[in-house]
Design a protein around this ligand. Structure first.
Ligand code: ZN
Length: 255
């Protein structure tokens, strides 16, 4: 016959163990619910941001300020690089390539990787300085990725941005008309390129010249957004710019 004391000890141990299993089960269930509840909204867009070059504080306005704008509420994770050669390393893990640099991209493999990324149907943001005709020995960039470019701009000062296509998702939450201080880029589409759709354009008092401020490139595969704005704090810190930038990254990532 079993020792009653031993039996009791075994029984108690069983109940304690059983209770632990039940508790663990509850814990697992709760965990599962909460992780699936957040998973739907919590898949950040992976942005590879490239800065560096001349005439701009890329670390402040792109890495820091735009980085914060895009990271807010878990919209995106931003990996900033100041060395264009490291594009090769990080591009395979990116949903959107955000180019703001005017530092030369010299490596033929990096150039090809950018063109291939576009041809694979990924997303690109071409911002301000990266919209310039920076690289005379790489015409394919301006022709096929930017569908044009800029070779000049007005002196830094105040101008007005007018939204041309308020229905486009990139213009969601952007005021139909707003003023800011920036360099007004003379972006001109190249007729040999895929063409663009202008979403917002800029004008100044006393001039009938209008230039695109925000546009999408009609690339056959990629989603490419051009943002001519962005010289310094007077653009990066304003709500209209931040809204359109977040929208642009979402749209480019087909989110
Ligand atoms: Zn500038």
């Amino acid at each position: 016959m079993q020792n009653p004391t031993l039996f009791l000890r075994k029984a108690v141990r069983f109940h304690v163990l059983a209770g632990a299993v039940v508790l663990a089960g509850v814990g697992l269930t709760n965990c599962k619910v909460s992780s699936s509840g957040t998973a739907k909204n919590a898949k950040p867009i992976r942005v590879l941001m490239v800065g560096g070059g001349t005439s701009h504080n890329f670390g402040m306005w792109y890495k820091n300020v735009d980085g914060q704008t895009l990271s807010k509420d878990g919209l995106a994770t931003v990996n900033y690089v100041g060395d264009p050669d490291s594009i090769l390393t990080y591009l395979p893990q990116a949903d959107v390539l955000y180019l703001s640099n005017n530092r030369p991209i010299k490596d033929a493999n990096v150039r090809q990787a950018i063109v291939d990324f576009a041809n694979a149907g990924k997303g690109l943001i071409i911002a301000h300085a990266a919209m310039w005709y920076n690289w005379k020995d790489w015409p394919e960039y301006n022709l096929s990725v930017v569908s044009g470019g800029s070779r000049g701009h007005d002196k830094y000062g105040t101008f007005e941005v007018n939204v041309n296509n308020p229905q486009h998702p990139i213009m969601n939450g952007v005021e139909p008309k707003f003023a800011l201080k920036d360099e007004r880029y003379y972006y001109i589409p190249d007729p040999a390129g895929p063409g663009i759709e202008v979403l917002a354009s800029s004008s100044v008092a006393g001039s009938d010249k209008v230039f695109p401020s925000v546009f999408v490139v009609r690339h056959p595969k990629a989603r490419i957004v051009g943002i001519a704005l962005g010289h310094d704090a007077e653009s990066h810190n304003i709500q209209n710019y931040q809204n359109l930038l977040r929208n642009a990254v979402k749209w480019a990532a087909r989110d």
